[in-house]
Design a protein around this ligand. Structure first.
Ligand SMILES: *[C@@H]1O[C@H](CO)[C@@H](O)[C@H](O)[C@H]1NC(C)=O
Ligand SMILES: *[C@@H]1O[C@H](CO)[C@@H](O)[C@H](O)[C@H]1NC(C)=O
Length: 193
């Protein structure tokens, strides 16, 4: 009995493998054609707008923001010039931390002004929902926190955001001066394919 079944299951396995190979070759080809269209300019760029909330949490047992560099004792300024914070901040749909998680902001920011609270932001937004799952954009630029709306360049992206360019507008939703916890609304405008 077993010896009769074996050849059939071998054939089944073989045809499955061939099918899998054909499917992945197909996907590969599709991707190549997509890239060619893009390079030849046949694919239209589109403008997308995304809005979400960035949670910078220093307090509690599981902070998403950690100060990793402090200026030397005798080199401090009022602005905190020289300090660096590493972040793994959740990005949510609504201002509440418990609302739907859309992605995470991973990177760091440092205080780059001796005079005022002005930052250099260097972070990757990695998205986790639906078709955007795994796609990223990279934000890099100055953030003068006292301004109502700060504009920071989006320098590029990956996955669905390959070749992306654009800008992010950040505005503080809430800030606790004691814990330094902040919620910031981000509006991102992206040109991408
Ligand atoms: C600043 O601190 C460093 C080390 O803590 C010390 O070597 C240096 O002399 C100090 N500089 C001044 C101007 O006090
Ligand atoms: C996103 O992708 C990861 C693996 O890359 C997977 O584990 C996860 O379930 C996906 N999430 C959603 C919401 O599709």
């Amino acid at each position: 009995m077993a010896s009769r079944i074996l050849p059939i299951s071998k054939i089944a396995l073989l045809s499955l493998l061939i099918c899998a190979a054909l499917v992945s070759a197909d996907q590969e080809e599709e991707r190549d054609i997509d890239d060619q269209k893009l390079l030849l300019g046949f694919k239209k760029e589109k403008l997308s707008h995304f809005r979400f909330y960035w949670h910078d949490t220093y307090s509690g047992r599981n902070p998403s923001a950690v100060r990793v560099v402090e200026p030397q004792g005798n080199k401090t300024t009022k602005s905190g010039f020289g300090s660096v914070t590493m972040i793994d901040n959740p990005l949510t749909e609504k201002p509440e931390l418990g609302s739907k998680l859309l992605g995470r902001a991973q990177g760091f920011y440092g205080i780059t002004s001796r005079e005022e609270f002005s930052l250099l932001m260097a972070m990757t937004f990695v998205f986790v929902q639906g078709k955007y799952n795994g796609s990223t954009i990279t934000i890099f630029g100055r953030n003068r926190v006292a301004d109502k709306v700060r504009e920071i360049p989006v320098i590029s992206g990956s996955g669905l955001f390959r070749f992306a360019r654009g800008y992010a507008q950040a505005s503080t939703y809430s800030f606790d001066p004691v814990s330094l916890d902040a919620v910031v609304e981000y509006n991102v405008y992206l040109l991408h394919y």
